[in-house]
Design a protein around this ligand. Sequence first.
Ligand code: NAD
Length: 368
Amino acid sequence: MKLHITVLPGDGVGPEVTREAVRVLRTAADLYGCEVSFEEHTIGGVAIRECGAPLPEATARACMQSQAVLLGAVGGPEFDSLPAGQRPESGLLALRQALGGYANLRPAIAYGAIADCSPLRPEIIKGADVLIVRELLGGIYFAEPRGFESGSCPSAYNTMRYSEAEIERVAHVAFQQARMRHRKVTSVDKANVLETSQLWRKTVTRIAREYPEINLDHMYVDSCAMRLITHPGSFDVILTENLFGDILSDEAAVISGSLGMLASATIGGKVDLYEPVHGSAPDIAGRGIANPLGAIASAAMLLRHSARLEQAARDIEDAIREVLDAGHRTADLSRGRAKRAVSTAEMGTLVESAVADVTDRRRAYHAV
Ligand code: NAD
């Protein structure tokens, strides 16, 4: 099997964490006989400096011609004074739009070894492993009409709108994900108040009939927000619309203990996009201390969704767990307690060699 990936390291810590993600991805793919080629392009601030635009044409073209895009991060303080449409972030927004992904996947995992990094008590987050599937192209962020009205009492308005087709396609993604996990989908809405949520609930319930092996329950978004931090372990896949998903996925992030741990995938469009959740972290850029695990976990998602190499993805995820269990920490996770915080590159090397060990051990186990 062959896989062609466009790599967009971007700005700040982007290139540092992406280098490690590429290293681990290459090793894992190799172990599974998948031939990967990487083509690197600029985006964001570095593209503005080199080409005068945050999303150069050559970058956009390369992305559209590849099977997946792996991105670092964009942005930096030196660009903050530019008009919104010319800033590095506008390049990423334009890319997301061009790729057209409608399902945003954000896992939030409580790794036992770093449970003390979360502001939640260890006994609350123990075992939590949630995947939020957020609808990304519909709902209140995009629907018309929207705007301001002047007058004696100025007002503003937005429209929340969903079509059945938009709900159906993202529901399928959630049920298919649940199949590979613990076979439970919690659909989150506000059906006691909103018509869009009533359509959402009805449509998700209908689609669920195609997945009889999956357990579906429905929850109002306010209850879900509370339950996510009181009983995060009770969730498997959370399926929700754009606005609710935006808020809930940030809330769920506290389970993992550091922004540097969080991965994401945006799928369903022409080409799928994989990126860590964090930004360019200008405060630590260039020092080699950024946590690459979110970027590495994004590479695992790439192997799962774009290469259909589920076992390779799991091997990377197991390797991350093993490296943390062995006590290795980047600075954001060490809180001064680790013997010595490892660098970005050291963490990448540790995960890379753990991937090879995990794969070897599993193959030896299945061989006997
Ligand atoms: P940020 O995510 O860059 O940083 C927030 C905090 O988390 C900082 O203290 C940073 O040091 C820390 N952090 C982030 N990633 C880390 C990692 N891998 N390891 C260790 N610590 C890490 O968010 P911000 O400071 O609000 O934004 C900085 C720039 O990034 C801005 O220009 C912003 O627009 C941009 N940004 C880009 C993206 C993206 O590319 N997807 C997302 C968010 C922000």
